[in-house]
Design a protein around this ligand. Structure first.
Ligand code: CDP
Length: 221
């Protein structure tokens, strides 16, 4: 397989995108780009610089100088915001909510899409998010749309939270997922939706290995 493809994976929170994308990238020797981490870093930046989401001038000023980099590492990519490693901080609950709130803003999306297109211009990438197959790379070589029922997704996130030592109930996680799904899929700009030419993958009842195998075989064949 000589051609270096662009592979887009979209879907709602905890549908299995990043786990699949990471493993697939390893097998194909591709670069994995987590665009959700970029919206998270952007949200964190507004907190650090005390920028009000309604203040378009301040937001624009922040975006003009923002630097978001992905540092590729064998044991997991690191996210650098203005040259500082924010990989752990951006996974905290306040930033999760903020990332979805900031992702509805046009100038933010314009900037992120610009960065993402640049990162993927040479192919050999797997990019996951909400609008990769619809907006960022509408001509991607492969598009997948991952789904899973909300109970399964909430349970996955609850298990992850417990492993990190966080004390949060399954109900609260489910509530937050439902809020985010709604916010992401009903916004005016680039809402979460399946591209017409995307292949749907339901991960509710399959193992991680099975979902990676499924996509791997489609790409390789
Ligand atoms: O990992 P998880 O599925 O929880 O979320 P994420 O992929 O890290 O994305 C965080 C938030 O960023 C999402 O809820 C979306 O609001 C936003 N996002 C987006 O709007 N477009 C993307 N391409 C990726 C993420």
């Amino acid at each position: 397989m000589n051609k270096r493809f662009v592979i887009a994976i979209d879907g709602p929170a905890a549908s299995g995108k990043s786990t699949t994308a990471k493993q697939l990238a390893k097998r194909l020797k591709y670069v994995y780009i987590d665009t959700g981490a970029m919206y998270r870093a952007c949200g964190l930046c507004t907190l650090l610089q005390d920028v009000d989401l309604d203040d378009e001038i301040a937001l624009k000023k922040m975006l003009d100088t923002i630097s978001i980099k992905i540092k590729y590492a064998k044991n997991g990519n690191r996210i650098l915001l203005n040259n500082e490693d924010v990989s752990t901080r951006i996974r905290e609950a306040d930033i999760t909510k903020l990332s979805s709130q900031i992702a509805v803003i046009g100038i933010v999306r314009k900037k992120m899409v610009e960065l993402q297109r640049k990162m993927g211009e040479n192919g050999g990438i797997i990019m996951d998010g909400r609008d990769i197959g619809t907006v960022v790379f509408p001509n991607a070589d492969f598009k997948f749309f991952m789904i899973a029922d909300v109970k399964t997704r909430a349970l996955r996130r609850w298990k992850e939270a417990r492993l990190k030592g966080e004390d949060i109930s399954l109900e609260k996680i489910e509530e937050e997922l439902i809020w985010r799904d709604k916010n992401d899929s009903t916004r005016d700009i680039s809402p979460l939706k399946q591209a017409i030419d995307a292949i749907p993958i339901d991960t509710s009842n399959v193992t991680i290995d099975q979902q990676v195998d499924m996509i791997y075989s489609i790409v390789v064949e």
